[in-house]
Ligand binder design. Structure first.
Ligand code: GLA
Length: 747
């Protein structure tokens, strides 16, 4: 939504080019990507790291000539190497030879970010390639992408089209990536890069982050650390099939490539047409993973998450509470209950349209089921208004069922290969609509647009997508464009979202895709948040939200309190622990409040009230990860600090109650102002007697040097004791003048 527009264009100052000997710096406040151009060949990437002070030729002189790595290697000469771009010319020639085709240009856009474009062209054929590098100074992020233009008279076929390539050198480089599956999203995998090719890919077609993720962290100085070592973060902004590759040789030279997955995706580039790759965002930190994540979070919130700089309402979603059994009285009751607990929004999930009593029918038949909702959506928005909460609704616009009016009317609108039977998914009948077809795009747009236009009080849409592409084939695309289906499907999706956002900029939209299948910056500019996982078990969420926090800010992660036994793991986690975990993200509820005791509802009410006091810090503040669930240390700990460092929230969860587990009961905090003084207040406290430091004041320096000792069990009456313990501490800057009794309450 906030894609930058370029205001002014100017050539790189001649003085700069001359003084630095054709060096092209792409600079942020603290980092620099340095390219070197020469008059006969395509540019090289010389350097990516901390800003270089003084004469840039230092970098050039320090890089032996044989080590110059082409910024965007193309297939052709020396084909044994890895390339970022390959194509077939109209005459069958499969080689490319790129040369400079003019001066690099630099332009500052109205957000103050600088785009450097380097025009190249084939030496013989009318194919032009522009390398783009957009620097976000304040966020220390550089986006890169490529425009490939066919200036000839006949089509050229693209067979590989990476967004970018980054070389790096390290004999002890580690790759952190996310993996998982349904109900197990966001797991972190760390591995040393060894000679050969490491590939991370997703070919689901729709839900591109359930399994692998299109983002990685590369630690250059050995095993990843949160606080030390050089780290390159990379995120591909693409909602479709992708492939990330790291090619490593036997001397610690690596090339990282990222782009649209080229398999079965040959693209015919027509005369005059430009193919623009998705963007690849890079960030660099020389103080470990934590800073790289915070860079992504700041950049994401500012530019690539819809309404990413605004706090979000606390909601109740009906799914785990009533599943498909919705009706007017139940919806009204849930609205009342969330309103009574201090919530601000109620979301009606699946089951409100067609004859949708289970998952085997009706997707595409977006008419209210008046058996369940005799007064329609209007009846519900009226009820919501009466109760002072906003209203949200679930849709799954890209899908249909073979058992639906839509499919009976338009069997040609679903993905299907010629002469093959349809392949059906969820409920035994789910089908994917063919988004490469403009008629289907219009149908989707009109459906959501009409729903929102007719019901202006809909404040929130949960946009789901519960199937992969199950059969490769378009009934719309001609024979010679079948291989473009994946690419055109995602263009279609983006085009629908562009149109919807143009007309409905303020609606909050959640990207759900069977849980966490749509956690990607290629869609989040249109979506406010993603649903992390259908697994709402608090333990599982500690891991999933931790992993996803490598790249995504808390404001983008739906994090809900749900029932026990949990509907996926059947684990029984005490309500306090569930609330504390949910309060590390974008708080909501996913439960039937009527099934809760009054005491539990009261607890949630107080937790919601407390969350309102920290919501801005959690959703928009800086995250510091302290003890990882993936290190199995029996404890998980993290904290958020707001930008002025006035408020911080510290979380500590005990995840192992085995007496043999050495507990990390004290962790130095991070991110505070060392010179400030902070008052400590425990939130969601349940202990009979307060923590020894309750209400006490500590210096930021003391807290960052020492931390606070956690009482590892809840001090409860006998019979009420539980085998779980969690703490949420609010730290508030005190305006009073020191000295304080520093640390006197700590061991
Ligand atoms: C998917 C989502 C759930 C819920 C159901 C409804 O599984 O992930 O949250 O919305 O669909 O059918």
């Amino acid at each position: 939504m906030k894609r930058a527009s370029i205001l002014a264009t100017f050539l790189l100052p001649a003085a700069l080019a001359a003084a630095s000997g054709r060096l092209i710096p792409v600079s942020t406040l603290n980092t620099m990507l340095l390219l070197e151009a020469d008059s006969v060949s395509a540019p090289y990437i010389l350097y990516y790291g901390p800003s270089v002070e003084g004469d840039l030729s230092q970098v050039s002189l320090s890089a032996p000539e044989g080590e110059r790595i082409g910024a965007y290697p193309v297939f052709g000469n020396y084909p044994e190497g890895e390339s970022a771009l390959s194509l077939t010319m109209p005459d069958g020639n499969m080689t490319l030879e790129l040369r400079p085709a003019g001066q690099p240009e630099s332009a500052v856009n109205n957000d103050g970010n600088t785009l450097v474009s380097i025009p190249l062209a084939d030496k013989h054929y009318p194919v032009a390639v522009t390398l783009n590098y957009l620097a976000y100074p304040k966020e220390d992020v550089i986006e890169t992408w490529v425009d490939i233009t066919n200036n000839g008279k006949k089509p050229v076929t693209l067979t590989r089209f990476e967004s970018g390539m980054l070389p790096f050198r390290s004999t002890d480089a580690w790759l952190a990536s996310l993996y998982g599956t349904w109900a197990n999203e966001g797991r972190v995998n760390n591995e040393r890069l060894t000679p050969g090719m490491k590939v991370i890919q997703n070919k689901d077609g729709v839900r591109n982050s359930h399994t692998a993720h299109a983002e990685v962290m590369i630690s250059l100085d050995g095993k990843p650390s949160e606080t030390s070592g050089r780290v390159i973060g990379a995120a591909l902004l693409y909602g479709g099939n992708y492939r990330l590759r790291v090619n490593t040789d036997d001397h610690g030279r690596h090339q990282f490539f990222a782009g649209i997955h080229p398999e079965e995706s040959a693209y015919r580039l027509m005369p005059g047409e430009t193919f623009t790759t998705p963007r690849l965002a890079l960030t660099f930190s020389d103080t470990g993973l934590g800073e790289a994540s915070r860079n992504f979070h700041r950049w994401g919130r500012q530019y690539h998450v819809a309404h990413g700089t605004e706090v979000n309402p606390i909601l109740l979603n009906s799914w785990e509470g009533v599943y498909f059994n919705i009706d007017e009285p139940k919806m009204a009751q849930m609205m009342q209950d969330i309103a009574d607990m201090g919530g601000e929004l109620f979301v009606m999930d699946d089951g409100w349209f067609g004859r949708r009593d289970d998952d085997s029918s009706s997707l595409g038949d977006w008419e209210v089921d008046t058996r369940k909702l005799p007064n329609g959506i209007k009846g519900l928005t009226d009820e919501a208004r009466k109760r002072g909460v906003k209203f949200g609704i679930w849709v799954e616009p890209e899908m249909t069922n073979s058992n639906s009016e839509l499919y009976r009317k338009h069997p040609d609108w679903v993905l299907k290969a010629a002469n093959r039977d349809i392949v059906e998914g969820r409920g035994g009948t789910q089908l994917v609509l063919d988004l490469s077809n403009p008629q289907v795009q219009d149908f989707m747009f009109n459906m959501v647009d009409t729903l929102l236009a007719n019901n202006p009080e809909i404040a929130y849409v949960k946009w789901d997508a519960n199937a992969p592409v199950m059969q490769y084939g378009s009934q719309y695309l001609p024979a010679d464009r079948q291989s473009e289906l994946s690419i055109r499907f995602h263009r279609g999706f983006r085009s629908v979202m562009d149109r919807l956002r143009e007309k409905h900029p303020d609606v909050i939209i959640q990207a759900c895709a069977s849980g966490g299948g749509r956690a990607n910056y290629g869609v989040l500019d249109h979506f406010d948040e993603f649903w992390v996982s259908d697994n709402t078990d608090a333990f599982q969420r500690l891991g999933a939200q931790w992993g996803l926090s490598y790249f995504f800010p808390a404001v983008a992660m739906g994090s809900h309190i749900s029932a026990v036994p949990n509907h996926t793991t059947f684990r029984v986690v005490p309500l306090k622990f569930r609330c504390d975990v949910a309060m590390t993200g974008r708080l909501g509820m996913e439960i039937q409040p009527r099934d809760m005791s009054q005491a539990d509802r009261d607890f949630c009410k107080a937790a919601i009230e407390a969350y309102k006091g920290i919501r801005e810090t959690v959703q928009l503040g800086d995250l510091y990860r302290l003890v990882s669930p993936f290190d199995n240390r029996g404890v998980v700990s993290l904290m958020y600090v707001n930008a002025p460092k006035d408020q911080a929230v510290y979380y500590w969860f005990r995840t192992n109650n085995d007496y043999s587990a050495p507990l990390v009961t004290r962790t130095p905090m991070q991110g505070l102002d060392p010179d400030a003084y902070y008052k400590v207040t425990e939130l969601n406290a349940i202990d009979l007697k307060p923590l020894p430091y309750e209400g006490q004041v500590f210096s930021g320096k003391f807290l960052m040097d020492n931390g606070l000792e956690m009482r590892p069990n809840h001090d409860l009456e006998w019979g009420k004791k539980v085998d779980y313990c969690s703490r949420v501490l609010l730290l508030e800057r005190q305006r009073l003048t020191p000295p304080y009794n520093e640390g006197s309450n700590c061991r």
